[in-house]
Design a protein around this ligand. Structure first.
Ligand SMILES: Cc1cc2nc3c(=O)[nH]c(=O)nc-3n(C[C@H](O)[C@H](O)[C@H](O)COP(=O)(O)OP(=O)(O)OC[C@H]3O[C@@H](n4cnc5c(N)ncnc54)[C@H](O)[C@@H]3O)c2cc1C
Ligand code: FES
Length: 274
């Protein structure tokens, strides 16, 4: 456990107590940290390894009495460096930051695409521990890319629904298409999403038409994580501090950017393409 952390902004150096292979090259890095074990589902940490830069990662395990984890998908220099770490290596951690998801009503639907399953798995665990029975749509391109399928299956049983683009498991098609089908069959009090922004924006349109409260965990380029640098701005919000989870009203306020535009690391506005 890192030395009695009291401020999330302070970097702690933690040792990896376990590194676990997940699907499609992803790795879960487990570490002990007092503040992370008190985090809320949807909160994230800034994680740093000397070989690369500091990047935001959602907590994929929140354990009041044991190690926390992040689950890393190797997409570039830093995430590849993180995925090359082994048990006993050390990383720097700041956080947990951000607001996390809130639980609304008795009948929630969670929709995850790819590594978006990381924060939603912790949310599903919290909901079940509070006596709720969430439905969960887990989407991926192919059956071998489904993240936390066993963990979620054990937790949720038949309430876990799978969607794969190529039909190799479950519903053949996009998680957003399965979400529409499910919304027509059942009533939901809230929808919570994390994954590709185009998926979340599509589901938001359909949920908002039906008046269902909606939450999306957004990814924007982050540097400071404490609301100072402005790199993560979307409309009037700083995703690092006001988010990463934005609700229906906030998403309506940024309808010209959500699913459409974001800033690159140098501040240029680019198209959201996934
Ligand atoms: C709140 C939040 C939670 C996240 N949770 C996870 C997670 O649980 N697991 C996971 O694998 N990834 C997660 N990410 C995304 C992860 O931070 C980026 O994939 C990572 O920063 C890429 O760094 P890189 O050097 O490996 O790749 P780069 O070469 O820098 O970039 C590769 C791609 O990642 C995008 N990217 C780069 N830096 C950032 C950044 N700081 N913030 C957002 N996007 C970036 C780039 O636009 C590019 O498309 C999260 C991002 C945010 C904002
Ligand atoms: S990352 Fe600096 S303001 Fe959000």
């Amino acid at each position: 456990m890192s030395d009695s952390p009291t401020r999330p902004e302070a970097m702690r150096v933690v040792r990896l107590v376990r590194v676990q292979d997940e699907t499609a090259g992803r790795k879960s890095l487990y570490f002990e940290d007092g503040l992370c074990s008190l985090a809320e589902p949807g909160q994230y940490v800034m994680i740093w390894t000397p070989k690369a830069k500091e990047v935001p990662m959602s907590l994929s395990t929140i354990n009041r009495n044991g190690p926390s984890s992040v689950t890393v998908r190797p997409v570039g220099e830093t995430t590849e460096a993180l995925c090359s770490l082994v048990e006993g290596d050390r990383v720097g951690i700041r956080g947990p930051f951000g607001n996390g998801f809130s639980v609304i009503g008795d009948s929630p639907l969670l929709v995850a695409g790819g590594t978006g399953a990381a924060p939603l798995a912790t949310l599903a665990e919290k909901m079940v521990s509070e006596g709720l029975k969430p439905a969960f749509i887990l989407g991926a391109g192919h059956s071998e890319q489904l993240v936390f399928r066993d963990r979620l299956g054990e937790l949720l049983g038949d309430d876990l629904l799978i969607a794969t683009d190529d039909g190799s498991c479950g519903f053949k098609g996009l998680a957003s298409q399965l979400t529409v089908e499910l919304m027509e069959e059942r009533e939901f009090d809230s929808i919570h999403t994390c994954g590709p922004e185009l998926m979340m924006a599509t589901i938001f349109r359909d949920a908002d038409e039906r008046g269902i409260p909606f939450q999306a965990s957004l990814e924007r380029y982050m540097k400071c994580a404490v609301g100072l640098c402005g790199n993560c701005a979307i409309g009037p919000y700083r995703v690092c501090k006001d988010g990463p989870v934005l609700g229906s009203e906030q998403l309506r306020n940024v309808s010209d950017e959500f699913g459409k535009a974001k800033m690159d690391p140098s501040g240029r506005v680019i198209r959201v393409d996934h």
